[in-house]
Design a protein around this ligand. Structure first.
Ligand SMILES: *Cc1c(COP(=O)(O)O)cnc(C)c1O
Length: 477
């Protein structure tokens, strides 16, 4: 299996080469040269694998189609070590909760940080440790977070050999629960840096450090952001698992509704569907930041400025552009790399938008690729949380509520629908209280975490200071 860039760079790479990289050298995103097709016999076998050997064994089956530069026995061991009931709370790993006949939530949020990002990040941590040991190298991960990504990365990388994490967050702006989750980690290799500024200041510092190629090389700086192919690949697995749990035979179709921000989660659904998984529709649910909903309704992709990017009560979906979206557009354009480069490099840079609505191929987004979309507002979120609680006794988080709202609106009478549950409500307690007048349940391992000692360095929004801190805490090459 070889990987190419969506912008046409001539190089072809293997999985472990792109594992530790971010963007391709030409600014594109990596994709496999072709999606492996899963035939009916294999699909039948995988259903049995999940049932008899469990999620980790299914993960191995899916991943081994894409990873041929890790010996099979090692890859199997990495999957087994990652997807355990101890880490993810249940033997099913991603159990379904039925709200009604044919309408399910897929629980992706029972990992260490209570958001679906653990599903991919936990595997990434083990893959990084394995590959770095094999190369005899070290990696210093630098990132910026406003919540879910940073904590998922830290819990995945804590205590791992060869990896250090430097995570910037806006000082005093994360919820107390999120701060406690991150700052209570006492592992030597985890560095929390609270920047006196907003999230954008943190991101600007990460960009400035990454643009200093000499510093980046000298201190082996890497990232774990959502464009990493390995993260996306790990997410493909739970579409297969969700499909098998929701259906009794492979003749059935199942639709997925996905609370979306950067288009990473639902892009994994697109990959699963391209592999031949009988997915009916892929429904993209956004909040007020409706970049993606606008595209799937009209064919116009319009990047928002910071004044048009709203802070909402489903904050992990507050995006101004969708960083994984280029992967789908590349496929939609029939894998025309020149055209992809022209749209994402030239057009977006010059005009901040591109339009495909008047072109015949836009109709394929819905027709051939099964995509539709919808959006949700704060009021919708409150209503949905309240009505799901009243009718089913289940409390959903604000992001999952966006998914449920759109799924209910779009579901056809005979359609089997799975909504991906992307976080647990305890992470967003304030909105839950607003909706149902009581606190969400807190998993026992999180009792009292706000009172634990904290390990965090507060710093001004200053690139030089951050570089100095990194330099002091790791060895240069
Ligand atoms: C990251 C995140 C999302 C958005 O996922 P994308 O892959 O960026 O589309 C949705 N919900 C929660 C809780 C998240 O943490």
């Amino acid at each position: 299996m070889l990987y190419l860039s969506t912008r046409g760079h001539p190089a072809r790479k293997r999985f472990c080469e792109i594992l530790l990289e971010g963007l391709a050298p030409d600014g594109g995103l990596y994709l496999p040269e072709a999606y492996p097709r899963v035939d009916a016999t294999t699909l039948e076998r995988w259903r049995t694998v999940l049932k008899e050997q469990g999620y980790a064994a299914l993960a191995f089956e899916v991943l081994s189609l894409y990873i041929d530069d890790i010996p099979a026995s090692d890859l199997r061991a990495l999957c087994a070590k990652t997807y355990t009931a101890e880490v993810f709370g249940t033997p099913e790993i991603v159990p379904l909760k039925a709200l009604e006949q044919g309408f399910y939530l897929e629980a992706l949020s029972n990992g260490p940080t209570l958001a679906f990002k653990d599903m991919a990040m936990q595997l990434l941590g083990n893959l990084f440790e394995y590959e770095l040991a094999r190369r005899g190298e070290q990696l210093n991960i630098l990132g910026a977070t406003s919540g879910d990504t940073g904590s998922a990365a830290e819990y995945a990388m804590r205590g791992k050999q060869g990896v250090r994490v430097f995570m910037l967050s806006p000082h005093g702006r994360m919820s107390p629960f999120q701060q406690a989750q991150m700052f209570s980690l006492m592992d030597e290799n985890i560095h929390n840096i609270a920047v006196e500024g907003v999230f954008d200041d943190c991101q600007d510092i990460v960009k400035a450090v990454s643009n200093d190629l000499e510093f980046k090389r000298r201190y082996r700086i890497g990232t774990v952001n959502s464009i990493n192919w390995a993260r996306l690949l790990a997410q493909v697995v739970y579409y297969f698992a969700g499909y098998f749990y929701a259906s009794s035979a492979n003749s059935q179709q199942v639709s997925f509704c996905v609370p979306s921000g950067n288009f990473g989660n639902v892009c994994a659904g697109h990959v699963a569907r391209q592999m031949g998984l009988p997915i009916g529709r892929l429904i993209v649910a956004t909040n007020e930041n409706d970049v993606l909903d606008e595209f799937f309704r009209t064919g116009t992709y319009r990047v928002r400025g910071s004044a048009d990017t709203y802070e909402t009560s489903s904050p992990s979906m507050d995006i101004s552009k969708a960083s994984n979206f280029e992967r789908f557009v590349f496929d939609l354009l029939g894998r025309d790399a020149d055209r992809t480069r022209q749209l994402f490099d030239a057009e977006l840079r010059l005009h901040g938008r591109f339009e495909l609505g008047s072109e015949p191929l836009f109709a394929q987004a819905a027709g051939r690729y099964g995509f539709t979309s919808g959006k949700s507002t704060h009021a919708d979120r409150l209503n949905t949380i309240r009505s799901v609680f009243e009718r089913h006794g289940v409390v959903v988080d604000t992001h999952t509520a966006d998914g449920v709202k759109v799924a209910l609106e779009q579901r056809q009478s005979d359609e089997t629908m799975v909504v991906l549950e992307t976080a647990l409500p305890i992470k967003f307690a304030e909105t839950i209280r607003e909706a149902i007048g009581r606190d969400p349940q807190r998993p026992s391992q999180f009792e009292g975490i706000e009172n634990l000692p904290k390990r965090v360095r507060v710093m001004s929004a200053d690139v030089v200071a951050v570089k100095r801190y990194i330099g002091e805490h790791c060895q240069a090459a």
